[in-house]
Design a protein around this ligand. Structure first.
Ligand SMILES: [Zn+2]
Length: 298
């Protein structure tokens, strides 16, 4: 159960100022605020340069760490870049790694951030600068802590960066279930991709999830990183699915139950969420983390 032993990885510095933008960086503090009293908020260190290099090319890491970005890169990133944005994304990469360590120790790692699945080895896309999921998995693989891992990406957008980074890594299974007709328009091939029609609701979504999710576990992962995007919610400004808050919680419950049943450490990252009502996004993210916290054995 969540409680005094529960740890949520979070930093107030995740909320870098990017001006008036569809990406609500305030959602991190709003989500963390909803979790106060239900566990300890633990601040991560910024990911070390050598850990970023496990998933990214050196030229890209150097650009990000310099705090300055050529215009062409900023255009792909779809948001303004600054030293504060650089630090925020480096902290979030460190945060997912810390959550992975919590998961390996206690069964679950809870990150009030992360899920930057559009970041490629050599460039940013779609508000994602550094692929925290890939960095964390590569780190625990390189340490020999796990032999195989899986990504369960249920954001409304395909996890294109993650799929591309792990394409040549058979030890990592990448599953993405997403709305087919929206960004990224050129999908990358992951281990298992399920494209959903526009307007899919709870029932259709959950039946497809239950049908396809078992494939992930045939890979026998020793760690699962879950990208629990809230942008599958009905009315999301960037997504066109119609999941209710209850449907999203059932989605989370299916993923958590599959990991718990097999005693596989689970890392939860937030991913996207672009409701016009930012409180609605924060409510969904907090509910996901609370549910996953029930797996915490620490
Ligand atoms: Zn998304």
């Amino acid at each position: 159960m969540s409680g005094p032993g529960t740890r949520f990885v979070y930093s107030p510095r995740y909320a870098a100022d990017i001006g008036d933008h569809v990406f609500p960086t305030r959602k991190f503090s709003l989500t963390a605020g909803r979790l106060r009293g239900q566990g300890e908020l633990v601040e991560p260190e910024p990911a070390a340069r050598e850990d970023l290099l496990l998933a990214h090319e050196e030229a890209w890491v150097d650009k990000v760490l310099s705090g300055r970005m050529p215009l062409a890169d900023e255009v792909l990133m779809e948001m303004p870049f600054s030293p504060a944005v650089s630090l925020a994304h480096r902290l979030q990469a460190g945060g997912t790694l810390l959550a992975a360590r919590h998961a390996l120790e206690r069964g679950v790692g809870l990150h009030v951030g992360g899920g930057s699945h559009h970041a490629f080895a050599d460039h940013a896309e779609g508000f994602c600068v550094l692929n925290d999921i890939a960095c964390a998995i590569m780190k625990v693989l390189s340490e020999g802590r796990v032999r195989r891992a899986a990504v369960v990406d249920l954001d409304v957008h395909q996890g294109n960066g993650t799929a591309a980074i792990f394409r040549t890594r058979p030890e990592v299974f990448t599953f993405s279930m997403h709305q087919e007709s929206i960004y990224p328009f050129a999908k990358e091939k992951g281990s298992l991709d399920v494209g959903l029609p526009d307007g899919a609701g709870d029932q259709e979504y959950l039946s497809l999830l239950e049908k396809h999710l078992p494939r992930v576990f045939e890979h026998e992962p020793e760690l699962v990183v879950y990208q629990a995007g809230a942008d599958v919610a009905e009315g999301d400004l960037l997504g066109g699915l119609r999941l209710t808050a209850e449907g999203i919680l059932q989605r989370d419950s299916v993923v958590c139950a599959c990991c718990r049943l097999r005693r596989i450490p689970l890392v939860v990252t937030l991913g996207g969420g672009y409701s016009a009502d930012i409180d609605r996004t924060a409510d969904i993210h907090a509910a996901t983390l609370r549910l996953a916290a029930e797996q915490d054995v620490g």
